[in-house]
Design a binder for this molecule. Structure first.
Ligand SMILES: NC(=O)c1ccc[n+]([C@@H]2O[C@H](COP(=O)([O-])OP(=O)(O)OC[C@H]3O[C@@H](n4cnc5c(N)ncnc54)[C@H](OP(=O)(O)O)[C@@H]3O)[C@@H](O)[C@H]2O)c1
Length: 329
């Protein structure tokens, strides 16, 4: 079984959440629903999405899964990046472009750059916040979301002082369980220095295994805020795989200690995720893949790990760079 944690609104969910940022990379809706079903059938109970994902279509995709599991899944969504309104006609027609990107993967980074530089609105106004939540709830088919997060905010964004009051009001109205920030940890930290009320009850940030954010001791109104991490293996898995392949003794050593074969990509990915979960059991860990076989095998390993927790913690510590500095906003 996957371990659990309690969200700020009291809902119990799994410490491993499935991220939907890449869901629309699968051009066929049947494949998207199959992927989400695999996640839930293997015990995932938390889904992370954003108004932006899939050019606005990811929340609608998620609504089909949520209807199949009423009340059983926690959901985090985000606002401030991209449009607050329902998906445009162009977004609805993205399937053709997605198929082209599968055929010519080299075009993917160009498409991402064009999207980021030309199409990506940044808007953290109170009106945009309310409109975005309204659209998200209607797209998701929910009356409330568990977490409602500013999406990649930075101190350079125009963020009105009243935004904290607006978020608190939405919370009082029962439309959001809690609110907070999701993005780069140093941007979040710098923003909190001037807008501490935006911390709400939740923070989540990018925390690459080989380039981790400093250990976090967040305090909000004297209470520890709860937190999540993402981007744990996206960049580091490739480097770690190459390192282990180049030093076979090391690969053997850790395979024996973890009681599994780290020569297999999927096992290595699962072991690194399992090591992160064991090292920081209080944190939510977001994971994503578009590969159904990879997802099923990863979750099978995490549900019934062949390693014991102390060895997993040692494995993560092995890759952690020294001299991390702790911080507290
Ligand atoms: N600013 C924000 O708020 C923000 C930013 C980034 C992410 N997020 C959230 O966090 C979620 C997870 O983020 P992430 O995608 O960075 O996390 P991640 O789980 O660290 O990395 C996922 C990437 O790793 C690949 N992968 C997964 N398992 C693998 C394996 N066994 N072997 C080789 N490659 C593997 C996946 O590719 P395949 O699809 O090919 O498997 C995917 O590209 C996102 O979906 C999103 O919900 C939030």
């Amino acid at each position: 079984m996957l371990p659990t944690l309690t969200l700020p609104n009291g809902r119990i969910t799994t410490t491993l959440g499935f991220g939907c940022a890449s869901l629309l990379r699968l051009p066929d809706p049947v494949d998207r629903q199959r992927l989400l079903d695999i996640a839930v059938d293997h015990g995932i109970r938390h889904l992370d999405v954003a108004r932006l994902y899939g050019l606005g279509l990811a929340e609608g995709e998620l609504s089909c899964l949520l209807r199949r599991h009423p009340g059983a899944l926690s959901v985090a969504t985000k606002f401030g990046l991209g449009e607050a309104g329902p998906p445009s006609g162009a977004a609805q027609r993205q399937g053709g472009l997605r198929r082209l990107l599968i055929l010519v993967p080299a075009l993917r980074s160009l498409a991402k750059q064009i999207h980021r530089s030309h199409l990506l609105a940044r808007n953290f106004s109170t009106d945009h916040c309310r409109q975005s939540l309204h659209t998200s709830l209607s797209q998701l088919g929910l009356e409330a979301v568990d977490l409602f997060l500013l999406h990649e905010p930075s101190p350079a964004d125009l963020i009105p002082a009243e935004l904290g009051d607006t978020l608190q009001e939405l919370q009082r109205q029962g439309l959001i369980g809690s609110y907070g920030l999701s993005g780069d940890w140093s941007d979040c930290l710098n923003l909190l220095a001037t807008r501490p009320c935006l911390a709400g009850g939740w923070l989540q940030w990018e925390d690459d295994l080989l380039n981790p954010a400093p250990p976090f001791a967040p305090l909000h109104s004297g209470q520890p805020a709860r937190y999540g991490r993402f981007g744990r293996i996206r960049c580091s898995l490739h480097t770690i795989r190459q390192y282990l392949a180049a030093v076979p003794q090391l690969q053997r050593h850790w395979s024996e200690r973890l009681n599994c074969s780290l020569a297999e990509d999927v096992v290595l990915g699962a072991a690194l995720l399992g090591a992160s979960m064991a090292s920081d059991p209080e944190a939510l860990l977001l994971y994503s893949t578009t590969d159904p076989v990879r997802l099923a095998r990863t979750l099978a390993l995490l549900n019934d790990p062949p390693w014991n927790a102390s060895e997993a913690i040692a494995f993560e510590a092995f890759w952690r760079p020294p001299a991390a500095i702790s911080f507290s906003p």
